[in-house]
Design a protein around this ligand. Structure first.
Ligand code: AHR
Length: 350
């Protein structure tokens, strides 16, 4: 009975790898209520199996992605999917639609599936301890990718992702340079900050790195700081509302390109010239931001590298082979400034 029931789960999730695993004796003996619970958990966060040429012996990676809030995020997902295929790794992919509880459900379903490795992008820093302990109990190594967490380091195998504090420092360093003349003249330079998702390591890191430098310079004032959740629509709304009282805004420091593009729309609607009336520093380096930099509508673009898939697959393979893996890997990231020769920059791909 139990085996029949769980075969239904397997079919719903579109993978056949786990049939014998679900017929474990404890599950055969499990009461119906428990099985129903497992069924509903698996169904609600049902990970999508990628169609790969993987054999039954292929390594299985369960990956929990935040969602698709930005062009950057979509490229990050593609990078994971493409490199899993290239590495011959079978990918179980789950989109959490911006909800931590969906990520926790997905990780639990990966544990139930007994995948070989779990990787996830934590939407926020905290709240992962319990599910990571469950993974450890099941003997499944977990990789934290893109964003960081505040859990005990013994609960996960390593981190691969961006150095958000460095990104924030780069933004501040650009400003010191750009406003060197006005600083000398003793002018006050007023900065508005649009930050990312509240409680995420990238929003915290970018804000911290930026402040570590800018707050030592008395000519700068961060007079406004609000979260636009990394979304274009919210960047537009924040800027539209901010401009209603016509405050003096010298600089927009935006934690990602999506919010920046929305903010630029609102500036244009208010008759302002982005990049001239308001200096703009943005993070991600998607193609549209690079194009705006070339057109003089953005002044500095700090790259946040979404192409993390190849490293994730490499480390996943090393973990399974029992090799020593680095605890923290920061991906390479560049800074593009106004005046740089960008004519040879290859298309960004996102
Ligand atoms: O975690 C990386 C951030 O998340 C990127 O800057 C942003 O665009 C994304 O949504």
């Amino acid at each position: 009975m139990a085996a029949k029931f769980l075969n239904g789960v397997r079919g719903a999730c579109g993978t056949s790898r786990y049939s014998t695993r679900f017929e474990a004796p404890f599950l055969r003996a499990a009461p119906r209520k428990l099985l129903a619970l497992i069924f509903s958990l698996l169904l609600s966060s049902c990970p999508k199996a990628e169609k790969t040429p993987a054999s039954r012996d292929a390594l299985i990676l369960g990956f929990s992605q935040i969602g698709a809030e930005s062009a950057w995020r979509i490229r990050n997902t593609q990078s994971v999917q493409e490199s899993a295929k290239q590495a011959g790794i079978q990918l179980l992919f789950a989109n959490a639609e911006q909800k931590q509880e969906n990520q926790i459900k997905a990780i639990r379903s990966f544990i139930a599936y007994q995948v070989d490795v779990i990787a996830f992008v934590p939407i926020v820093v905290s709240g992962w301890d319990n599910v990571l302990q469950e993974a450890r109990k099941a003997g499944i190594p977990v990789l934290v990718t893109d964003r960081k967490i505040d859990a005990d380091e013994s609960l996960y195998a390593g981190f691969i992702g961006t150095d958000s504090e460095k990104e924030g420092r780069e933004a501040a360093l650009f400003l010191l340079d750009k406003f060197a003349g006005r600083r000398k003249a003793g002018d006050l330079i007023r900065v508005a900050e649009f930050s990312g998702t509240v409680g995420s390591s990238v929003a915290d890191g970018r804000a911290k790195g930026f402040r570590d430098i800018i707050e030592k310079e008395p000519e700068f004032e961060i007079f406004y700081s609000k979260s636009g959740d990394f979304m274009r629509s919210k960047g537009y709304e924040l800027m539209r509302t901010l401009l209603e009282n016509r405050p003096q805004i010298d600089v927009l420091f935006s934690h990602n390109d999506s919010m920046t593009l929305g903010a630029m729309d609102a500036m244009r609607e208010a008759g302002l010239r982005p990049g001239e009336d308001i200096a703009i520093i943005t993070i991600d380096a998607q193609q549209k931001a690079i194009d705006a930099l070339k057109a003089g509508e953005v002044n500095c673009v700090i790259e946040c590298n979404p192409n993390q898939g190849p490293l994730i697959m490499d480390i996943a393979k090393q973990l399974i082979a029992g090799g020593q893996t680095p605890r923290f890997i920061h991906v390479d990231e560049a800074v593009f400034r106004e005046g740089d020769d960008l004519s040879v920059l290859p298309p960004r791909g996102y």
